[in-house]
Ligand binder design. Structure first.
Ligand code: ZN
Length: 449
């Protein structure tokens, strides 16, 4: 008698039971309906139940997702839409009350009011008269399905009829919508910061029509992590200049210092003196405050109809890429939110695209600085310049020479720091330089769950 035969024979009933359990679990789970409240013209009252027990209730403005039982009450003059994954939509018009049981086959129980369940086109046609009561709808599109840290995303909203006002949020960014040239769609450009937390971010769009009816739609879009470079350790010269020297550090410095040449040590102390001057009197903070006033403004026009060009025609090399964590400033390392082009002093710098010069002058950290407003919330900035050839308020063409490269401000050598901002967030300029942003976009309709 073999040992193997015996075990299989003995285990057989258990295996059958286990597979039975698994099959029922899978069957049960496949019957779960994910409910997503898409838009509401007035806040609805939602009570959520779990195992027939009341869990909570709230007035929702954006959306709910889940598998719990909910009782939904809508007010008069309201339009509510719930989408159920792979099953269709529930549309509630006017004052109504209904309960959704996501774990049951018959998952909707209407208590009162006009509630329509739309499974397919046939249902849509059958209820066409009722659906016409809904004042308007809109769809939201984006140029990418998910967005990476440090990259730009563009949203497009297409309403079914003329609307009066449109607003929205993506993550914590307030979206500014600009009417398209055709006039039937609205778009918004938003950058994602390098250090913005990854995860599913809420996108909420709200539209008003002329009669004051409003609709909100909520979606979730994935913000993916993007690794630009490995975090570098602070350079030794930061230890030399640092105030809180430990015994161990002091020993290392003493050892290494002998290796440094006299001219390098001289340069180092000069650089530290320069840095101390820049960082004194709360200068960086004041400067940031002043610049934020400029970057916050959004021009409701787009000045570019081609792509962005490299701001330096002939550069030696890119000395620092976008996203690299560096230790130039005091305190912790910060990611580099632009591209550095290294070239000889006084190399001409050109405008990446057409726009209006909104700043041209001296700042402590950024040195001689030029900021160009390209409209639609997009700005390009040029740091550390030696000479400025244009004035504030002047119009510049794409490729027009605007300044000479230098090493003013917090800079160790002649280079141009080129920055692109979208929705007041610094984004990777390489994405803008590679292709004509906005002109040949592929649009994806955003559908949730
Ligand atoms: Zn830089």
């Amino acid at each position: 008698m073999s040992y193997k035969k015996f075990t299989i024979k003995k285990l057989m009933p258990f295996l059958i039971i286990l597979s039975g359990i698994l099959a029922t679990v899978f069957y049960y789970e496949s019957k779960i309906y994910f409910v997503k409240l898409e838009y509401i013209s007035n806040p609805v009252h939602i009570s959520i139940y779990k195992n027939k027990k009341w869990v909570g209730s709230s007035f929702k403005k954006t959306g709910i997702t889940g598998t719990k039982t909910c009782r939904i009450r809508t007010k008069a003059d309201s339009w509510t839409q719930l989408s159920i994954k792979n099953h269709g939509l529930i549309l509630a018009i006017g004052e109504s009350e209904f309960i959704i049981y996501p774990r049951k086959i018959k998952f909707i129980y209407v208590k009162k009011g006009n509630v329509v369940f739309l499974k397919n086109r046939k249902d849509l046609n059958r209820n066409a008269g009722l659906i016409q009561l809904v004042p308007f709808t809109f769809s939201v599109y984006a140029n990418k399905k998910k967005v990476n840290q440090g990259k730009t995303i563009i949203f497009k909203v297409k309403p079914s009829k003329k609307i009066k006002k449109i607003s929205g949020y993506f993550s914590y960014h307030r979206l500014m919508f600009v009417k398209d040239r055709t006039g039937d769609a609205y778009s918004s450009i938003q950058g994602m910061d390098v250090w913005e937390k990854k995860g599913k971010k809420l996108l909420a769009v709200k539209c008003y029509d002329e009669n004051g009816n409003w609709m909100t739609r909520a979606y979730r879009i994935d913000l993916k992590r993007k690794r630009y470079s490995k975090r570098r350790r602070p350079p030794l010269y930061r230890w030399i200049a640092g105030k809180n020297k430990t015994k161990k550090r002091r020993r290392i410095i003493k050892k290494r210092r002998r290796r440094y040449s006299r001219s390098y040590r001289k340069w180092l102390s000069k650089w530290e003196r320069k840095k101390r001057r820049i960082f004194s009197k709360n200068r960086p903070k004041k400067e940031r405050k002043m610049l934020q006033k400029i970057y916050k403004k959004i021009t409701l026009k787009r000045y570019w109809y081609r792509g962005f060009i490299t701001p330096v025609k002939k550069y030696q090399r890119i000395t620092s890429k976008f996203g690299i964590v560096r230790y130039l400033t005091y305190g912790g390392g910060t990611p580099h939110r632009g591209i550095d082009y290294g070239a000889k002093k006084n190399t001409p710098v050109r405008a990446a695209e057409s726009g209006i010069v909104v700043f041209s002058g001296y700042t402590y950290v950024r040195g001689n600085l030029v900021i160009i407003d390209h409209g639609h919330g997009v700005y390009s900035s040029y740091f550390h310049l030696n000479e400025l050839w244009i004035k504030k308020g002047s119009w510049v063409r794409r490729g027009q020479y605007i300044a000479a490269m230098g090493s003013t401000g917090l800079s160790t050598g002649p280079h141009l720091h080129f920055e692109v901002r979208a929705g007041n967030i610094c984004v990777d300029p390489s994405e803008w330089l590679d292709r004509p942003v906005f002109i040949n976009e592929r649009w994806y309709k955003i559908v949730n769950l």
